[in-house]
Design a binder for this molecule. Sequence first.
Ligand SMILES: Cc1cc2nc3c(=O)[nH]c(=O)nc-3n(C[C@H](O)[C@H](O)[C@H](O)COP(=O)(O)OP(=O)(O)OC[C@H]3O[C@@H](n4cnc5c(N)ncnc54)[C@H](O)[C@@H]3O)c2cc1C
Length: 370
Amino acid sequence: MLKEYEYDVTIVGAGPAGSTAANILSKNDKKTILIDKEKFPRTKACGGGLTDKTIKKIPSIDNIIESESFECILYSSSLTNKATLVKDKPIISMISRYSFDNYLLKKAIDNGTDFLENTKVENIEILNDKIITYIKNDKKIHSKLIIGSDGFNSIIAKKAGLQKNKIFGISIFDEIPLSKDVIIKYFSKKLICHMYLQFGGVSGYGWVFPKESSINVGIVDYRIIGKNKKIELKKIFEDFLNTLKNKNIIPNYIKKVNPKNGFLPFCPLEKTYTDRIILCGDAGGFINPLTGEGIYYAISSGEIAAKVAIKAIESNNFNNNFLSEYEDIWKSKFGLNIIKMINIAKKYTHNSEEFIKILNNDKKLFEELF
Ligand SMILES: Cc1cc2nc3c(=O)[nH]c(=O)nc-3n(C[C@H](O)[C@H](O)[C@H](O)COP(=O)(O)OP(=O)(O)OC[C@H]3O[C@@H](n4cnc5c(N)ncnc54)[C@H](O)[C@@H]3O)c2cc1C
């Protein structure tokens, strides 16, 4: 049995970042292998909300969109102040990650990407003339470059010595089935999304996103690695559900189905590339910490990673200096926007009342959040 493979690029992780990069590389005739530890289709901890800027990046996505929300309400932690954004085009479009990620993956496979599922990457080794990816059964994949798109707990970032940030988000969320009629009764035809800033003392927020036949409800708290926080997220999630019931945002007969934990980064890694390695998506730490939006940044950084990888293959140059262009490009495309959101998140972590006031006076900023 064949034990070694040879590729131009090995991509680890078939989420939106990895599949986007794989699709572009394959379209450009670069020999690409995409590896994921899960069997696809698979689910992923996520609210499933896409902003307009994300939708614009994906051609013919209409069949995947489950529903569209035209109104979004943000509440302060006292629950007394709120800011409302209403638009005549969707603010958030809802998808299921089961279908969405599989759709992006299929596009990459159709364009020639080799896909290895159910296969965990266990180690990598950077050599002068190639990089080796170690998978199960002692198999090795030789390639010129690795794109690490293996999510929040990226093994590629770890093995490459690219340091993780100390701040991270931990969440509890649940997807609760509900009939279409009940969803419209409670969330109106505009399918209002609700976000409760710093609910119950968390430094993040609680959310309720109505979908076609379910609601996605969850809570996220930002923490510092190694520092214990006296916050019981499970208990706050319970309180959150009860508050939503008392305020008649959701029906009071609703019961939890299968609450799960999910993790998200807070800000980009200090360095997102090294010799023969580029990190994108959550592995690179790309997220809007105010809203938790990461899919847009996963797709955008996947696109940039692929373009820089193509240049590297064509110049036969995979060193640290050459790949630094990746960071220059993502910084110029969305880096400033992420920094702005991080600064706002830090400034208003303990002052949601003030933040709601600001949003009510600055519609442009409010719109920028999505
Ligand atoms: C609770 C929660 C709610 C969220 N809600 C939203 C939202 O509504 N909208 C939004 O835009 N973003 C949201 N996000 C963020 C969003 O989910 C991520 O930013 C996005 O999935 C990042 O995509 P990615 O491709 O970088 O990584 P992922 O989607 O995490 O994919 C990484 C892939 O790598 C694979 N992998 C990991 N390790 C290995 C390994 N060693 N070997 C092989 N494969 C491996 C995994 O199986 C996975 O398939 C949310 C996050 C959480 C936790």
